[in-house]
Ligand binder design. Sequence first.
Ligand code: ADP
Length: 544
Amino acid sequence: MSKKRILVVDDEPDLELLIRQKFRSDIRKGLLEFDFAGNGMEALEKIEQGGPVDAIFTDINMPMMDGLTLLSKLRERKGVHKAVVVSAYGDMENIRSAMNKGAFDFITKPIDFNDLQATMEKTIREVEVIREGIEAREKLGKTIHEKEIAEVERRQALESKKHEQQFLANMSHEIRTPMNVVIGMTNLLLKNNPEENQLKYLRAIKDSSDNLLVIINDILDLSKIEAGKISMETIPLSIREVMNLVDVALRVKSEEKGLEFKVTVEEKVPDTVLGDPVRLNQVLVNLAGNAIKFTSEGMVTVSCTLESEKDDTCRLRFDVTDTGIGIPEDKVNSVFEKFTQASGDTTRKFGGTGLGLTISKQLVEHHGGTISVTSKYGEGSVFSFVIPYPVATEADKNDLSEKIDPDSLGALSGKKILLVDDNPFNRVVAADTIHAYVKGVQIDEATNGREALDMIIKEPYNLVIMDVQMPEMDGFEATRRIRADLDAPKSQTPVLAMTASVMQEEVDKCLDAGMNAFITKPFNPDDLIRQISKLLLGDPLPDS
Ligand code: ADP
């Protein structure tokens, strides 16, 4: 691979040293070459003088010429330039302007070097592909070789699609982190005996933020599914329990609209199969939610029947039937497409993003199933899907459903937990949630991996709850050091990762670093407590 030239534009003088230090091995091997500029003006000079630049990282606020102006200037220049902006965490205003001005991506400060490296590799790849395309076109000149061009274009399209998905995933990730604080704090306030009028406001905040989270999760889900990064569980799943949850989740809503709501499971349907209960529930709630949304009178039914059974696999059929507005014939085939709504005024009248059915279709197909719809405009619709599920054996069933046992929580009393997160609000949410469930736990706090390590060296903890992205030393590094540098039993301290990302890669990275389990933010309080009690009561612990 030829040496890649990276231009870093920042008025912070220490950054050069840090980057040279971080990437010293690649620099030494001749794989990377870094150039530094203190402002936009200098950057343009460097681009003019040196060879082609393979990736540009630029700060936004700088003297003489800021990052946004630099982006505009780059757009006017010839040649392939892809710039990534480096911006303060949460500075959405500038990030948005930068993206509008043609920035390729963004990373946030304080810089996480893993993130920097991943983004750098991605940018280099993008530039490479574009240059290959230009080169191919030039080389082929007049005798254009259609096939080769098509191949390059296909690769370009694929790459940019991947980047779009990554960008969406990153954005959703950035938004989920502050949402964790909003939802967490609201839950805590709701538990704190609010006055009547405060209760009203808090419920409104909670409802709106829950709704917002659904939209963010939809976007994240879709980008994950499309990037092939969705992880599906195969665990014992009780069909009747899932159907019951659908009933509980939607009955009130349908009754509020005066609709009859029926959820049925045919007797022949096996009790327990192997699959992903959360995803099945997601598809059913989505379809039934739509049915209720688009029906103003009559009835909505959700039914599960056994279509066929062969060897140890059963094909289960789910039908969601409504007597609602129906879908015009010419639109029926396109409702499963992204961002598609059957009529132009749907968003205004009913809300929604047009992503629900796309996600449902993808999830069903990931289970090896198929989904379809029949509808009569003005009379109603039936959304049906069939999924082949392995029937669970007796041994599988024993693992079914881990409930929180309130008696077991008493055993957590007196345990010492170290909570590591650079965001003070996240620490409050996590600590108060734990205190609300378990009395007598001691929770100490650290703001980054280094501080955590120092604290563990001084005294033992029964459990460490570790954020992943933190300044100075991130959660991965801190965990690796706990495992490698400390003596037993401290080196065995269970670590529960807390991450805003739900990408499979991030999960793998957590486990690779030696973390024992992980939980995603915003977390469900029950899940947090379940994980804590699993780690604290299930594993051998260091004595405090
Ligand atoms: P959203 O509901 O967020 O708009 P979906 O992907 O869930 O997005 O649905 C896409 C479109 O399909 C809806 O906007 C609506 O026009 C149509 N649709 C879905 N379910 C029904 C239904 N049960 N009855 C009538 N139209 C429906």
